[in-house]
Design a protein around this ligand. Structure first.
Ligand code: FES
Length: 137
């Protein structure tokens, strides 16, 4: 799997997202609670753009009348029909074994840790003959 630099951390504010094209794939990168998650920007139901999804909490109920919120902002609620997905792995909340969004690994690295390129400019031999500088091309 190839690595792609898609944004600086400052480009995606907390609670926000950024859509990027990576090798022809429309991918949305979310910034939630100090972490970044990347998912295919397409709901598996009817294809809604997940960049428009609401980032909500996981809501569970241990008994009638008692509701608990956890993992605030890590659940995606599709903007078209409300299907919900776990941002960490793309699994749907209602049918986790069969329905999921494609998710991608994300890493945050300091600029100096990124892969160095060859950064080589074309050079030409130079020498001096008498008082003239000679460049060979
Ligand atoms: S398109 Fe996402 S729930 Fe229907």
């Amino acid at each position: 799997m190839a690595r792609h630099i898609v944004a600086s951390t400052s480009e995606i504010p907390r609670g926000g997202n950024k859509v990027v094209d990576v090798a022809g794939r429309d991918i949305v990168v979310f910034h939630v609670n100090g972490e970044f998650f990347a998912l295919l920007n397409r709901c598996p139901h009817e294809g809604a753009p997940l960049e428009k999804a609401a980032c909500v909490a996981r809501l569970t109920s241990p008994e009638p009348g008692i509701y608990q919120r956890s993992r605030v902002g890590e659940m995606l609620r599709c903007p078209w029909h409300g299907w919900e997905f776990d941002m960490r792995n793309g699994q749907s909340w209602f049918d986790p074994k069969r329905v999921k969004i494609r998710s991608y690994p994300v890493a945050v690295e300091r600029g100096e840790e990124l892969q160095k390129g060859p950064y080589v400019a074309e050079t030409f031999p130079v020498h001096v003959e008498d008082s003239y500088v000679i460049v060979e091309v």
